[in-house]
Design a protein around this ligand. Structure first.
Ligand code: NAD
Length: 277
């Protein structure tokens, strides 16, 4: 079975579009771009496109490469205090004079679309309700969309990065899965991957996962992205692995579309928090 992130994304977006219309929700996303990173511009265009589709207003603030950190901080403070703004994204990467961790953490946790502020990560650590990082939420929502339960499952994650592997391991434990995290210092990946009911690879290492490393009839989620000769290559050797497993995500076309959909989903969650808070 192919776990199609585009189909699930479109369904989620259509449901949100309907909800925004039905409840007449006024949602506004502020996007801050510092510098002229070409990939960032493409990511932002994509975010704007989907916001526009569901009826979310976007406002973009563009700064030049040599903008001082203080100017970006000033803007974040202003947006935190603006009640018409539901969510704020500081697009990564930022130029060297800006400390991304410090500045992005100044975003009000109730406007933190990416789920990376200390308050939201701390709540994730405590197993409390939180705004989940978009890729983490996208992986869980994709599995749920296909009715796979996580409770009691042996889940193996390759990668312990701050964007995917690490927060994902916490989120899945909060869903009562038994989670094993592998990384570059793991002596024998195969020893663990072969035992996984669900294997999630977030390493960014092209075709790291081979068919002999997965369990028959398991579920394989490919998050990692490597760009080789302008082409996106996933962590999983899809063509060989797909015949051995019960379900697998394509890459591209699996977790990427889900990540974008979760930006929209988090914005709606933030809006609901602001109404109840
Ligand atoms: P990261 O670089 O912070 O972490 C990578 C992790 O993988 C590290 O913990 C490292 O130890 C581990 N690793 C790398 N090579 C390995 C190997 N050969 N064997 C075992 N472990 C290995 O990355 P990140 O920011 O957490 O992102 C992970 C991957 O997911 C990247 O490829 C990134 O591009 C991709 N990503 C995809 C999406 C999406 O929407 N599809 C979103 C976010 C990130």
């Amino acid at each position: 079975m192919i776990l199609d992130g585009k189909i699930v994304r479109d369904k989620i977006l259509d449901e949100i579009k309907e909800k925004i219309k039905r409840e007449d929700l006024k949602i506004k996303l502020a996007i801050i771009l510092v510098g002229d990173n070409e990939a960032s511009k493409i990511y932002i265009k994509n975010k704007e496109k989907y916001c526009d589709y569901v009826g979310i207003e976007t406002i973009k603030y563009t700064f030049t490469n040599n903008t001082p950190e203080s100017e970006v901080i000033e803007l974040i403070k202003k947006l935190n205090n603006d009640i018409s703004v539901t969510g704020i994204i500081l697009q990564s990467p930022v130029p060297h004079q800006i400390d991304f961790d410090k500045v992005s953490n100044l975003i009000d946790s109730n406007k933190d679309v990416d789920g990376f502020t200390k308050d939201n990560i701390y709540n994730l650590y405590l197993g409390k309700e939180t705004i989940l990082p978009c890729t983490v939420k996208g992986i869980i929502k994709l599995l749920e969309a296909y009715n796979f339960s996580l409770e009691g499952k042996d889940i193996v994650i390759i990668g312990r990065g701050n964007i995917v592997g690490h927060p994902l391991s916490l989120a899945l434990q909060n869903k009562n899965a038994t989670v094993t995290v592998l990384h570059t210092y793991t002596k024998d990946l195969e020893k663990y991957t072969k035992e996984a009911d669900i294997l999630i690879s977030a390493a960014g290492c092209a075709h790291l996962v081979k068919d002999y490393m997965v369990k028959n009839n398991s579920i394989v989620i490919d998050v990692g992205v490597s760009r080789i000769d302008g082409k996106i290559i996933g962590d999983v050797d899809f063509d060989k692995v797909k015949d051995k497993v019960f379900a697998i995500t394509p890459n591209p076309g699996g977790i990427g579309p889900m990540t974008v959909a979760m930006i929209i989903d988090n914005l709606v969650e933030l809006k609901e928090r602001s109404k109840n808070g």
